[in-house]
Write a protein that binds this ligand. Structure first.
Ligand code: ATP
Ligand code: MG
Length: 328
């Protein structure tokens, strides 16, 4: 079948994948395989920008591969899954792209300022260059489409600007990618306020056991005005309710909506129902993950084969880029 183009996406191996990653990105990673050649990268170099301690990097890389493969990334259908640092051409492209990137734009990005606030003692050079390395990740594979959560929108726009600048100077070599979003591009965390994030520890890992899922769901913040069991609730401001809409059949969602408004059900019952539906939804995922984990060598082998295939594309593109720039 003729594919519509190439997809690239990556995520940092800083822990297991959570519901936000799944609903915002991984769902699209999987479905886009039908129509695109897909390249998915565990971006370990990016992880170095924030990690004080790299002891877990190998373990988290492996865990992420398990999450991705169990979710349905399928190397058997040609999908490339690999580790960023295994294809070092990306660092060459990063250096070249950094020469057409204005420093002021990088330091003005809200995501950079946020990191400076988060880790004032470790404002490293890599942190500033993060969006340039991201641009190199994507353009090294000439990807047309990039499935990401909406928190990455400004970075992707930045990539597009770098591509336009590069092509303006050196000819139409790089491809300007489009972001692809799911229907749930920004999932809130269990605090009900912030984006679900590993770094905020307000997340629910998709590989959690049903018991662990319930533990986290129990902590979810609901309608703050609903203090007592008898108070009527407002589903429209409740994150448990908004997630019910994803994991619970439509008729039941309508029932919950009216029962919540009339205080017919309390938050505890509502959460129990949600935790069960969530655990059931991910049951086949947990089984596949457990089976993959029986053979860690095979998982690493998938990543190594992925890097070989990615390396072939990367070599061609980096040669083309160097030629366009005029490097002898
Ligand atoms: P960190 O806190 O370390 O930045 P994270 O939880 O934000 O981690 P990432 O690894 O940065 O997760 O993101 C991986 C992918 O998941 C990205 O495409 C990102 O846009 C998407 N994503 C992350 N969090 C959410 C969320 N809450 N809702 C929707 N998409 C998300
Ligand atoms: Mg993030």
């Amino acid at each position: 079948m003729v594919k519509k183009g190439r997809v690239f996406s990556g995520a940092r191996p800083t822990g297991r994948q959570h519901l936000g990653n799944y609903l915002g990105a991984i769902k699209n990673y999987v479905t886009l395989q039908d129509d695109y050649d897909c390249v998915y990268s565990i971006v370990d170099l990016h992880a170095l920008t924030t990690l004080e301690d790299t002891a877990h990097l190998r373990e988290w890389t492996y865990e992420m591969a398990l999450d991705w493969l169990a979710a349905g990334m399928d190397p058997g259908r040609g999908t490339i899954v690999f580790v960023q640092s295994h294809v070092p051409q990306v660092t060459e492209l990063h250096t070249i792209l950094s020469m057409v990137t204005p420093l002021g734009k990088l330091t003005r990005l809200p995501t950079f300022k946020e990191k400076v606030r988060e880790q004032p003692d470790n404002v490293n050079y890599g942190l500033v260059g993060y969006p340039v390395l991201m641009c190199a990740d994507i353009t090294l594979y000439k990807a047309n489409a990039v499935p990401v959560g909406v928190d990455q929108a400004s970075h992707l726009e930045f990539t597009r600007e770098i591509v336009r600048t590069f092509n303006h100077h050196f000819g139409p070599v790089l491809v300007e990618p489009q972001a692809v979003y799911t229907e749930t591009p920004r999932v809130l965390g269990i605090d009900g306020v912030n984006k679900m994030s590993k770094s905020l520890d307000n997340h629910i890992e998709i590989a959690s056991s049903p018991e662990e899922i319930y533990e986290r769901v129990r902590m979810m913040v609901t309608d703050p005005q609903r203090q007592r069991r008898g108070d009527p609730g407002r589903p429209e401001v409740c994150n448990v309710f908004s997630l019910h809409q994803v994991f619970t059949p439509q008729e039941t969602v309508q029932q919950i909506d009216s029962d919540c408004r009339t205080a017919g059900i309390g938050c505890v019952d509502c959460k129990k129902m949600f935790a069960k539906n969530l655990a059931d939804y991910f049951a086949p995922f947990r089984e596949r993950r457990a089976r993959l984990a029986e053979n860690p060598d095979e998982v690493w082998e998938v990543l190594h084969r992925g890097a070989e295939k990615a390396g072939v594309i990367a070599s061609q593109v980096i040669d083309e880029v160097k030629g366009a720039v005029g490097l002898p």
